[in-house]
Design a protein around this ligand. Structure first.
Ligand code: A2P
Length: 342
C-alpha cells in the first residue's frame, strides 16, 4: 500500500481560493455533497469580495483576501482564481506545507507537476509529494480522457480528432451573465453588448476559445492536444477545434478515434459501459443520446452516438458530454483531494 499524502485525521483544513466564482462555488457545493471531512473551511477571493459571506453546510463563512491570507495550517487549497493568481500564490501555499489543487492552466504542462484525472492517472499524484502542487486539467480534456482511457487500455489509440461545443460557464460567472443579458437584449430588439467573449454569444457559435497562437490554433485547442498526451502517458496524435456555444452548463464533444488495432463500436460500447465515471446513453431507436440539458448538474461523463467510422479502418465516433463546472473542474479537484486524504 502507498504512503498517505496527508496524515489521517477527523477533518482537514480546506481553503477554496476563488470561492466567489462559478467553479469555486461548485467546489464548496461538492465538498458538502460528498461530505468531505472539513475541519475548518476558509473561503478566499480578491479584495473585491473579501468580507462578504458565503454559505457552507448551513453555516456562514467570511471571504478572506488572498493577498493577506496566511496559508499556515491549511491542509488542502483548491484554487480556481485564474492562472496569474495561481502563479503568484500557489507556491506560497505549497511552501507552507499545503497541497494545492489548481484549476488554472498555470502549471499543467510543467514536467514536474502532476496533471491528474482520478479515473485515468491517479498514480501521477506521486509527483506532488515534494512540490505539493497538482494541476487540474482543462475541462474539455478531462471529459475526453475519461472516455478515451478504457478504450486505449484495450487497444492503443493512434489518433484523435475532436470538435467541441463548449458552454459559457467555462469562461466564468461574467460570461454566463453575458449570455443571459444578450439573449434578453436580442429578444427585445436591442443591440447586444459584447464584453467577455470576442463576439456575440447569444444565438451564435464562436470558434475561438482562449488566445490564438502563431500556427492558427487557439490555446484551448493546444491544451486539449498537449494535456491529453500528458494525462494518458501516451504519444497520441490529437487535433482539436474548440467552439463556444450558447449553452450555460455542459460541454459536448464529437470525438473521432483511430486505434492501432482492431476495435469496433460494439466492443467500445461494452468497454465504456463498464468504465468508472462513465454513463453510456446510446439508443438511436429511442432517440436517446447525451445532451448538456441532461448532463448539467450531474457527475458522470456521458457517452453516446458510439458508431464505427466507415471512412477509416479501426475508427469510431463518440459523442461525449459532461458538466464542465463539475467533472470538468470542481468535482475533479475534489476527487483529487479525496485521494490526498485516503
Ligand atoms: P472575486 O469575486 O473577489 O473577484 P469566475 O471564474 O466565476 O469569474 O470567478 C473567479 C474567481 O477568482 C472569483 O472568486 C474571484 O474573486 C477570484 N479571483 C479573481 N482574481 C483574483 C485575485 N487576483 N485574487 C484572488 N481571487 C481572485
Amino acid at each position: 500500500m502507498r504512503e498517505r499524502f496527508l496524515d489521517k485525521k477527523d477533518g482537514y483544513n480546506v481553503a477554496v481560493v476563488g470561492a466567489t466564482g462559478a467553479v469555486g462555488a461548485t467546489m464548496l457545493e461538492i465538498l458538502a455533497e460528498r461530505d468531505f471531512p472539513v475541519a475548518e473551511l476558509m473561503p478566499v477571493a480578491s479584495s473585491r469580495s473579501a468580507g462578504s459571506a458565503i454559505e457552507f453546510k448551513g453555516k456562514e463563512y467570511i471571504v478572506q483576501d488572498l493577498e493577506t491570507f496566511d496559508p499556515s495550517g491549511v491542509d488542502i487549497a483548491l484554487f480556481s482564481a485564474g492562472g496569474g493568481t495561481s502563479k503568484m500564490h500557489a507556491p506560497r501555499f505549497a511552501a507552507a506545507g499545503c497541497y494545492v489543487v489548481d484549476n488554472s492552466s498555470a502549471w499543467r504542462m510543467d514536467d514536474d507537476i502532476a496533471l491528474v484525472v482520478p479515473e485515468v492517472n491517479p498514480e501521477a499524484l506521486e509527483m506532488a509529494r515534494d512540490n505539493k502542487i497538482i494541476a487540474n486539467p482543462n475541462c474539455s480534456t478531462i471529459q475526453m480522457v475519461v472516455a478515451l482511457k478504457p478504450l486505449h487500455d484495450a487497444v492503443p489509440i493512434d489518433r484523435v480528432v475532436v470538435s467541441t461545443y463548449q458552454a459559457v460557464s467555462g469562461a466564468g460567472g461574467k460570461a454566463m451573465d453575458e449570455l443571459a443579458k444578450q439573449t434578453g437584449q436580442l429578444l427585445n430588439s436591442q443591440s447586444p453588448e459584447v464584453n467577455v467573449f470576442p463576439a456575440r454569444i447569444a444565438f451564435n457559435v464562436i470558434p475561438h476559445i482562449d488566445l490564438f497562437m502563431d500556427d492558427g490554433y487557439t490555446k484551448e485547442e493546444r491544451k486539449m492536444m498537449d494535456e491529453t498526451c500528458k494525462i494518458m502517458g501516451a504519444d497520441i496524435a490529437v487535433t482539436a477545434t474548440t467552439a463556444r456555444v450558447p449553452v450555460f452548463y455542459g460541454h459536448s464533444e464529437a470525438v473521432n478515434i483511430t486505434f492501432g488495432g482492431p476495435m469496433n463500436a460494439e466492443r467500445a460500447r461494452m468497454l465504456l459501459a463498464d468504465a468508472e465515471g462513465i454513463c453510456v446513453v446510446d439508443d438511436p431507436a429511442g432517440e436517446d443520446y447525451p445532451m448538456p440539458s441532461e448532463a448539467a448538474g450531474t457527475d458522470p461523463v456521458w457517452v453516446g452516438r458510439i458508431r464505427d467510422d466507415h471512412s477509416c479502418p479501426n475508427s469510431l465516433h463518440l459523442w461525449v458530454v459532461a458538466d464542465n463546472v463539475r467533472k470538468g473542474a470542481a468535482l475533479n479537484a475534489v476527487q483529487i483531494a479525496e485521494i490526498l486524504i485516503r
